[in-house]
Every structure is written in C-alpha cells, then in structure tokens.
Design a protein around this ligand. Structure first.
Ligand SMILES: [Fe+2]
Ligand SMILES: [Fe+2]
Length: 486
C-alpha cells in the first residue's frame, strides 16, 4: 500500500515529546524512501507545512512599489559622492579639534566625526555590493568637493566653522539622503534605503545639537549677522558645485574664496582650552601642579583622583588622534574609520573623567588641566605622534586603569566600572594602533618603531626645555610614557 510518508511523519510527531524529536527524526527518515522525498511535493499535505491551513490571509501589506530613479551605476555615483563628503567632513572636524577651545564643542566633534565615519563606512560597503570595489572607493577624489571643504574649513573662528557645518552642510546632506531614500527603488535597492534611514537618524541628532550650539555661540557674544553672512557664503560655494549630489544647476561661485589666495588651512598647533579651564604644562604631576592644595585621605584616593583627572585630560588624546587623522592622507579609508572610533572612545573617556569628578564633588574646571603631552606631540610628525601615544601612552595607562579598576570594584566604587571600560577600550586602541603604525612605518618591528619614536619624543622634550641632556641620555621607556602619557 502506498502511504504518503508525510502521513507517517505527522502521526508519529503527534506522540513525540519535544526532547524525543531529534533522536526520533532520524528513525522516521530512515523509513522514508529517499526518492519520494524529492518528488510528489505538489498536491501533498506536506507542501502546506505544519500547523493550521488558513481560511483568510490578512497579513500586513507591503506598501512598496517598484520603480526607482537610479540605475546601479547612477546609484553608485551618488553614493561615492556621499562617501567623499562624509570622509572629508570627519577630516574637517579633526582639523578643527585643536583650535576649538569650547569644551562641549570639542567633545561633540569627537562624537560626530565617528558618526560620519560610520556613514562613510556604510557607503563604502554598499558600493562594494554595487560593483565598486573598496580600493576604488578609497582612491576616489573629486576636486569640486575638495574645493568646497577647503572653503568650509577655512573659517575665521570655531563658531564660523560650526555655522558652515551645521547650518549648511548637515541640513543639505539630510535633504540629499532623504531624497535618495525616497527616489531609489524601494525593493531592488532596499539595502541603500535601510542604511540611509540609519544615517538620517544620526544626522537628526547632529543637526539638533548644531542648531543649539550655534545659538549658544551667538548668545555668548558672536555677531549673529556675521555668522549668517558666512553661512550664506558656504551655501553659495556648495550651490556652485551643484549641491551635495552635483546634479543641481551649478550657480555662480563667490568672487572671493576664503581659501583662494592663501595656503592650505593649517590646524592649530596650540591645544586651545576655554577660559573655564585652569591649565599647567611645566610638569606631568598633578600633585606638583596643585601645589598641595588638595589633601588626600589615602594613596588609593590619590591614585584614583589622578586617574580620573587623566581621563578628563584625555582631551589631549582626542586632539592627538584628530591631528593624526587630519594630517595623514594617503591611506585606505579603514585607517580613518579606526582613528575616528578611537577619537570617539577618547571622547567618552574625557566625559567619564569629567562626570566622575562631578560625582566626587569637584567642579571639573577647578582642577587644572594637564597640557604637557599634547604640547610635546603637537609638533611631532603624525606617524611618530601616533606611535608615541599608542606604544608609550596607551600601553602604560592600560595597566594602571586595570589595577585601579580591580581596587575600585573591591571598594564598590564607581571607578571600578569606569576604569574597567577604559581598560577594554585602550586594549582595542593598542591593537588597532599597532596595526596602522606598522603600516605607516612600513615595518613589523615594534622595537625599531619604539626606538625611533623615543628619539623624536626626547628631541621635542629637549626643545621645550622639559628635560635636559643628562636626563635625555638615561630616560627609560616607562618614564617617557609617564611624562607624555595618553
Ligand atoms: Fe583613553
Ligand atoms: Fe586610547
């Protein structure tokens, strides 16, 4: 008799409890004719699967309709432009990090430039699916977009730069992304739609912050009409290159370009701090800088406060990595992406330090900010500055925070958790950093890179009069790490 095998399976399944199913399935399958498993699907009950056969199908309807404005080629062309806007935008933020004294703005740039790197990375990945290899995306250059950015970055003040970014470029990018999301084929190009949705969510947060920050600059004393005038100038430049997409009618460029007759924009070589900060640079030692104004109850308290302050003072780590990101150009985008993530982490470390000081009852601005590390690194060639902060600074701090985290957990102190995360972050910084340093120095020998870096750092310390020639002869790796640190 020819019994459909599905019938056996269903009947047997009825009597099997869940834990029996796996071991019994094998037995059931053994009884089936393997040839039957590959035939007779149509018309069989098995084709309807398990469970109830429905009388009505009222599932949510998919409202998407087919038909978009972009072929794969056109889509890729636009995404490639967006990628470049994002890449240059995060670099522009990096270029203004040193020269932006306002704490809240410097910190926010550290966060936003990471968002831009995430957007650029999403575009690069999508382009890979649209027949454009990552190498081609890495090498993409566009003179018009570069001209726009040289004008944007050549701002007369941090407030003017912010006005150009958040008052002009960010809203125009939102519009371009939104239009792209709506115009492309909703089904065929669904991955682009999805990634733009996420990017627009980040952009909304950035736009709202930028709007308030610009108002804060104006409320704080900047001339609003001058800011608006500068914003219009940037708008005109963007319009003269056909907007973000390059497809709009190109209008006349302004007669006087800010960047036109001058040399390329140079980032600030001074790590600017707003006037709420007290600063010091003659020593790395907080105790010396404080001149005994703080009394500690124990060694634990002293080390803890030192390390919390070091985190708050990682403003200089934000700046160092921003300088590296701004100055090193001929690299794959993955370099920018990793650096942007490190900057975002250093931003969080600064915020953790700042908030932990508040939790401990201090006004963070009252505790002097250490500048020695950034003063040494600001004029080091970027690859050496990178090697110094990674192989000396981070390698040193990673152990210190691990030790203090264990102590903090034991004492049920908030710093246990705080330093635990910092340790986890710093470990990844060292991994990423080491990889790129080897790439930049074109060698796998970390010992060689350390030796060369140590020499450059010593030269800077001598130049600044921080150490003398006698100390320079004998200074150890650890001492150097402590003086310059992260
Ligand atoms: Fe850090
Ligand atoms: Fe770090």
């Amino acid at each position: 008799m020819n019994i459909p095998y599905g019938g056996i399976l269903r009947r047997r399944r009825k009597f099997l409890c869940m834990k029996d199913i796996d071991m019994n399935n094998e037995e059931v399958n053994d009884q089936m004719n393997p040839e039957q498993q590959d035939t007779m699907w149509s018309g069989s009950k098995d084709l309807l699967g398990s469970g109830m056969t429905l009388d009505q199908y009222r599932f949510p309807k998919d409202p998407r309709v087919l038909g978009g404005s972009y072929s794969v080629e056109l889509n890729a062309k636009l995404l490639q432009r967006y990628f470049y806007f994002e890449r240059l935008l995060l670099r522009a933020h990096a270029g203004w990090s040193m020269g932006t004294p306002e704490f809240e703005v410097k910190v926010e740039y550290g966060r936003h430039l990471y968002y831009h790197s995430e957007a650029a990375m999403a575009f690069q990945k999508r382009l890979g699916e649209l027949r454009i290899s990552p190498e081609i995306v890495d090498q993409y250059r566009n003179e018009e977009i570069e001209l726009f950015f040289s004008e944007l970055i050549y701002a007369e003040s941090p407030a003017h730069f912010l006005a150009g970014v958040y008052g002009v470029l960010v809203p125009q990018l939102i519009t371009a992304y939104h239009e792209h999301m709506m115009s492309t084929d909703q089904v065929a190009d669904a991955p682009t739609v999805r990634l733009l949705k996420y990017i627009i969510a980040d952009y909304t947060e950035m736009y709202l912050w930028g709007k308030e920050a610009l108002q804060a600059y104006i409320d704080g004393g900047y001339d609003g009409s001058n800011i608006v005038f500068s914003q219009l100038h940037i708008e005109q430049v963007l319009s003269s290159i056909g907007g973000v997409t390059g497809t709009q009618k190109k209008t006349v460029a302004p007669n006087d370009l800010r960047s036109g007759a001058k040399e390329v924009f140079k980032r600030s070589f001074v790590a600017t701090r707003d006037q709420r900060f007290k600063t010091f640079e003659h020593t790395y030692d907080y105790k010396k800088a404080d001149e005994g104004s703080i009394e500690y109850e124990s060694d634990y308290e002293e080390t803890q406060l030192d390390l919390i302050r070091s985190q708050r003072d990682e403003l200089d780590a934000i700046e160092t990595f921003c300088n590296i990101l701004y100055e090193i150009r001929d690299v794959p985008f993955e370099f920018d992406y990793d650096l942007a993530r490190i900057i975002y982490d250093e931003t969080r470390h600064t915020e953790l330090g700042f908030k932990a000081l508040e939790m401990k009852g201090f006004d963070p601005y009252d505790l002097a900010n250490r500048l020695m590390g950034i003063k040494v690194r600001t004029k080091m060639p970027p690859e050496y500055s990178f090697a110094e902060i990674c192989l000396f600074g981070e390698a040193n701090i990673v152990q210190e925070v691990a030790k203090q985290s264990r102590e903090g957990y034991k004492k049920k102190d908030i710093t246990g958790l705080l330093f635990d995360y910092v340790n986890a972050d710093e470990r990844t910084h060292i991994q990423k950093g080491t990889r790129w340093i080897k790439h930049l120095f074109k060698t796998d020998s970390i010992t060689e890179i350390e030796l060369r870096t140590k020499q450059i750092a010593i030269n800077r310390l001598l130049e600044l009069g921080i150490i003398d020639h006698e100390v320079a002869m004998t200074i150890s790796h650890k001492e150097l790490a402590k003086i310059i640190g992260e």
